[in-house]
Ligand binder design. Structure first.
Ligand SMILES: [Zn+2]
Length: 114
């Protein structure tokens, strides 16, 4: 019972006919194969689809994770100059400009607001 190779077209027909509610026997007749071969092939297809679905789910989860560190990103008021600035985490309360000034001891006109 080492049937011939399944083509992509046959797989497509199989998936479609099954979705339409056809029995294995009916699909077997359409494809010229045994219902056992059809049933076996369908199980393989199903496994493949399930695997792909899981892979997609995994990617979705990873993407969600990679986005979450940004959640804390919002406009906060600088404790130093009182201006609103884009803070990347909740403990970040001093704007870039003030930090540069503090760290480098530079005068105002030497600070570049980026
Ligand atoms: Zn500031």
């Amino acid at each position: 019972m080492a049937g011939k190779q399944w083509t992509a077209e046959e797989d497509a027909i199989l998936a479609k006919e099954f979705a339409l509610g056809k029995t294995r026997e009916e699909i077997a007749r359409v494809l010229g194969r045994t219902h056992i071969a059809v049933g076996y092939r369908y199980r393989l297809l199903e496994d493949k689809l399930l695997l792909e679905e899981r892979k997609k789910e995994r990617i979705r989860q990873l993407e969600a994770k990679s986005v979450s560190p940004q959640e804390n990103r919002k406009e906060r008021k600088c404790l130093c100059c009182g201006k609103m600035f884009l803070s990347h985490y909740s403990m970040n309360r001093i704007c870039r400009k003030c930090r540069q000034k503090r760290d480098l001891g530079l005068p105002d006109n030497m600070i570049f607001d980026t």
